[in-house]
Design a binder for this molecule. Structure first.
Ligand code: NAD
Ligand code: IPM
Ligand code: MN
Length: 331
C-alpha cells in the first residue's frame, strides 16, 4: 500500500492539510499516513525549518502532502523557506500547476491549461551577494540537464492530457544564453518525442498579457522557475484564486503535493481557509505520481459536483469544515 508523508507546516497548512488527508483516506482507505514537521514554528522550536527526520520520512514514503510555511520578510540567520529546501534536497525538479475553470468560482468557463515550472534552478539557486555597499547581484543558472528533464516531463504530461499545444515561455531576446539554452534544450527533447508540430514559443511578457486576454488559447506551458512562479499565480485567477490553486513538486520516484498558497496568517484559525487547493494537490499526486488516474478523476468530479450544487453563501464562514463534509459525502 502507498505511504504518505504529511507536513502541515504553518498557519492554514494546519487546517487544510488534515482536511485533505481525511478526504484522501476516503478514496484510499489503506493509505498509511506518516506525520512530519517543517516551517517557521518548527524553526523557532528546534532551530531547523526542515529537520532531518522530515527529510528521512519523505524519502521513505516517496510521496508527501505539504501545507504552507511562513517566512519572515527580513533575513533571519539560518532560516530558508522550508519548501525550497524540500524541493532542492529531494530533487523535486518539476512543478505541475494546472489552472482550470470551476463552477461558480471561476470568472470564465473555458480555461483548462497547465503550467510546468522548472523547480530547481533559475533565479532560485539562492546565489546573491553584495558587490559593493550599493550593488546587489543575483545569479541565474540554467542547465541543459534540468531543461531536458522538464521537457521530458512535458512530453509525458502532453500525452496524458492529449495536449494540442505546448508553449515554451522564456525571455531569450534579452537572455539569449540562459533562456536560449532552456528553449533549445526543450525544443530538441520535444522534437525527439515527436511533438515538434505542436510546440510554439512566447516571450514571458507577452505570455502574461495573453494569459489575461485569451487564457482559453493555452494548453501546456513550459517555463523556467521565476516565470512559472509568477505566471501560475496570475493564471490561478481563472480557477477562482489561490484557494483553488494546486501544485505537485515532481521528482524521479518521489513527489510532494502542495497548494500554491501560503500560510495565510490573515485567516488562520478562522475556519475560512478553502481546503480545495490542498485536495486538488492530492489529486495531482494520484494522477501523475501514483498513476491512479481513476481515483484522481473521482476526486476532481466530486469537487466539480460540490461547486455545482453548493452555493457560495453555504460555503462562507466555516469553509474548511463545510467543503470537507460535502466532499466526503460525494466520494
Ligand atoms: P498567502 O497565499 O498566504 O495569502 C494571500 C491571500 O490569499 C490572503 O488574503 C489569504 O487569506 C488568501 N488565501 C490564501 N490561501 C487561501 C485559502 N486556502 N483559502 C482562502 N483564502 C486563501 O500569501 P501571503 O499573504 O503573501 O504570505 C503569507 C505567508 O505565507 C508569508 O510568510 C509567505 O512567505 C508564506 N508563503 C508560503 C508559501 C508556501 O509555503 N508555499 C507560498 C506563498 C507564501
Ligand atoms: C510558490 C511559493 C514559493 C516559491 C515561495 C514560498 C518560496 O511562492 O510555491 O509558488 O516562490 O516557489
Ligand atoms: Mn509562488
Amino acid at each position: 500500500m502507498k505511504r504518505l508523508c504529511v507536513i502541515p507546516g504553518d498557519g492554514i497548512g494546519q487546517e487544510v492539510v488534515p482536511s485533505a488527508v481525511r478526504v484522501l483516506l476516503k478514496l484510499l482507505p489503506g493509505l498509511e499516513v506518516v506525520e512530519a514537521e517543517a516551517g517557521w514554528d518548527c524553526f523557532l522550536r528546534c532551530g531547523q525549518a526542515v529537520p532531518e527526520a522530515t527529510m528521512q520520512r519523505m524519502r521513505e514514503c516517496g510521496a508527501g502532502l505539504f501545507g504552507a510555511v511562513s517566512s519572515p520578510a527580513q533575513r533571519v540567520e539560518g532560516y530558508r523557506s522550508a519548501v525550497l529546501t524540500l524541493r532542492q534536497q529531494l530533487q523535486l525538479n518539476v512543478n505541475v500547476r494546472p489552472v482550470r475553470s470551476w463552477p461558480q468560482l471561476s470568472p470564465r468557463a473555458d480555461v483548462d491549461l497547465l503550467i510546468l515550472r522548472e523547480n530547481s534552478e533559475g533565479l532560485y539557486i539562492g546565489r546573491e551577494h553584495m558587490e559593493s555597499a550599493d550593488v546587489a547581484v543575483a545569479q541565474r543558472l540554467i542547465s541543459r540537464q534540468a531543461s531536458e528533464h522538464i521537457a521530458a516531463r512535458a512530453a509525458e504530461v502532453a500525452r496524458l492530457r492529449s495536449s494540442g499545444r505546448i508553449t515554451l515561455v522564456h525571455k531569450a531576446n534579452v537572455l539569449p544564453l540562459t533562456c536560449g539554452l532552456f528553449r533549445d534544450s526543450c525544443r530538441r527533447v520535444l522534437a525527439e518525442a515527436g511533438l515538434d508540430s505542436i510546440v510554439d514559443e512566447r516571450l514571458v511578457d507577452v505570455a502574461a498579457l495573453q494569459l489575461v486576454e485569451r487564457p482559453q488559447d493555452f494548453d501546456l506551458l513550459v517555463t523556467t522557475n521565476l516565470f512559472g512562479d509568477i505566471l501560475s499565480d496570475l493564471a490561478s485567477h481563472w480557477s477562482g484564486g489561490l484557494g483553488m490553486a494546486p501544485s505537485l513538486n515532481w521528482g524521479q520516484g518521489i513527489a510532494l503535493a502542495e497548494p500554491v498558497h501560503g500560510s495565510a496568517p490573515d485567516i488562520a484559525g478562522s475556519g475560512k481557509a478553502n481546503p480545495l487547493a490542498a485536495v486538488l494537490s492530492a489529486a495531482l499526486l494520484l494522477r501523475y505520481h501514483w498513476q491512479y488516474g481513476e481515483q484522481a478523476d473521482r476526486l476532481e468530479r466530486a469537487v466539480e459536483g460540490l461547486l455545482t450544487e453548493v452555493t457560495i453563501t453555504q460555503l462562507e464562514g466555516e469553509t474548511t469544515r463545510v467543503v470537507e463534509q460535502e466532499l466526503l459525502s460525494r466520494l
